[in-house]
Design a protein around this ligand. Structure first.
Ligand SMILES: [Zn+2]
Ligand SMILES: [Zn+2]
Length: 180
């Protein structure tokens, strides 16, 4: 009988954004990578990613993973990581944007607990919506679906936007989808 691992994956700089993912011990980091990309709406067909034994950039990495789970870092099986409950390690998606995640092993279950396809997301944070900063300045509350990367960088705080305000003022800017 194999192991079933339950991991909590949270964005390092937005800890309220998390997913709990279960994956079998015989599955690979490449499969784990794909489920994280999907769960956090990261691009599936672009950018490198990597799991680290400890902190991103400061500890030893398991090797780069290319889109689709290919690459040296994607081959390792979850069982081979030698993890115990409570262990933490990290994951970075896109070396340029540097989206860091903290992964905690919450529980090791038995394969008798499995049902259906793995890896799978079994729970996620309740969405705490952000509002469009432009609408807010006009006294309106509109749920933001986008974030302007350029303006956020320039002002050092997140510039959340609705579709309409993005089209009016930020069309030439680098825009990302909001993840809740
Ligand atoms: Zn707006
Ligand atoms: Zn902008």
């Amino acid at each position: 009988m194999g192991n079933l691992y339950r991991f909590k994956v949270a964005l390092k700089y937005r800890k309220g954004l998390w997913r709990v993912i279960e994956i079998k011990g015989g599955q690979t980091l490449g499969e784990f990578d794909r489920s994280i990309r999907e769960a956090f709406d990261h691009d599936m067909g672009d950018h490198l990613s990597e799991f680290y034994r400890g902190r991103v950039w400061r500890s030893q990495g398991y090797g780069e993973i290319y889109p689709g789970g290919r690459g040296e870092g994607g081959r390792l099986k979850i069982d081979a990581l030698g993890l115990s409950e409570g262990d933490k390690f990290e994951y970075v998606y896109d070396f340029g944007d540097d989206v860091q995640h903290i992964i905690t092993l919450e529980k090791v279950l038995g394969e008798e607990d499995t049902q259906g396809k793995y890896p799978r997301v079994i729970s996620k944070n309740r969405p705490r919506h952000k509002y469009c900063v432009n609408c807010e300045s006009l006294g309106k509350k509109t749920i933001a679906t986008l974030v302007c990367v350029d303006c956020s960088d320039r002002t050092s705080k997140p510039v959340f936007l609705c579709e309409e305000c993005m089209e009016k003022k930020h069309e030439e800017h680098n825009i990302d989808d909001m993840v809740y």
